[in-house]
Design a binder for this molecule. Sequence first.
Ligand code: AMP
Ligand code: GLY
Length: 422
Amino acid sequence: MKILIIGGGGREHAVAKALIKNVAVEKIWVAPGNGGTAAFCENVDIAATDLPGVLAFCQEHQPDLVVVTPDDPLALGMVDLLEEHDIPCFGPTRDAAQLEWSKGYAKAFMEKYNIPTASHYMAEDAKAAKAYVKKCPIPIVLKADGLAQGKGVVVCLTREEAVAAQAQLSYGKPDQAILFEEMLVGPEVSVLCFTDGKTIVPMPAAQDHKRAYDGDKGPNTGGMGAFSPVTVYTKEMAERCMEEIYLPTIRGMEAEGRPFKGILYFSLMLTENGPKVIEYNARFGDPETQVVLPLLTSDLLNIMVGIRAGKLDKVKVKFQDAYSACVVMSSGGYPSAYEKGKAITGLEEAEKFGTVYHAGTKRIADGSFVTSGGRVLCVSATGRSLRQALRNCYRGVDTIKFEGAFYRKDIGSKDSALVKED
Ligand code: AMP
Ligand code: GLY
């Protein structure tokens, strides 16, 4: 079996590592991949958003499965295009992925199917947004409609902040729709689920750390670390989410004629009025994938094949009863400007403590690695307790050096599993 994975982050490295475990897999290509995938896969120099390039590659090399992981090729309809050419794909169609690529669509969908979420007002353009921001309730959350990779969301505690956020999100874009949302309060969890459109199987809940610095300070990033499972997401909460959120979502999508097949990732806020959806993602999360896939004891390829066949109910999906965590190391300056090409050392040593998933790394001619992105890599580790998993991650992180490296030192520190062990 030959597989092509689309993408080049830590998440794709983790997906590739899970897929290669299946003995039937002879080859994995990753487009474009990174320094980590180069070690056991073949990186292909095609951008994740280059639909004609990916199609041409598939026609020449005939992969048995293409796994489309990032949000943008899904939003561009890569799965639809490849399937039209009889190339088997894992991932939702463009219409199903609209749950992620249009916040407006997702909001209208949740309203129609009574799925709990923040109340909202959609301003269709800059003029409507400017008028509404003067009278909207405060606090308020403003979101630019469309894919913004986490950077199009501003939580505003005062009217001045809201006015400034609106001006910034609308700047130079008179037609940009802006979503105004009630501010939800409570712990946030990411629940990634396998679904074939009829059956939905949640993975253990994870918690991401989006802010750049300790204490949830600094700018929003792609994610600086994660852990799983999350104590506040109890068995009772999981059952409630299944009834009120997960099943209504896949049933609603089926009723809309857009059955969702792939990974559906629920970003939830556990408020005092119950769990509410912050947003949907139509894909694996990054870095959540680097903590949940190491807990998966069943075969990922079998699950993906089962999902494509619409037979997820017949496939074994089991996770080990352990803790998992990961700590992301980033380039100095990230998420703003940063330098690339810094030599990375200590990678082999770090593997003694956990698994290093590469993101912004490049393997150079002499076989060593240099930085090539903002989030450079993460060290992921499991353990019998959260503390043990985190200790292993940080031991690994301590061995890895590159100029300007920074990471958060407080991943998982708010979870009561950790507090209790003190
Ligand atoms: P999103 O890109 O929609 O996931 O938003 C990025 C982050 O903004 C989320 O992870 C939350 O921490 C925060 N956020 C988004 N929507 C809300 C909301 N309605 N209330 C409070 N915080 C929110
Ligand atoms: N960890 C956030 C995301 O993948 O969108």
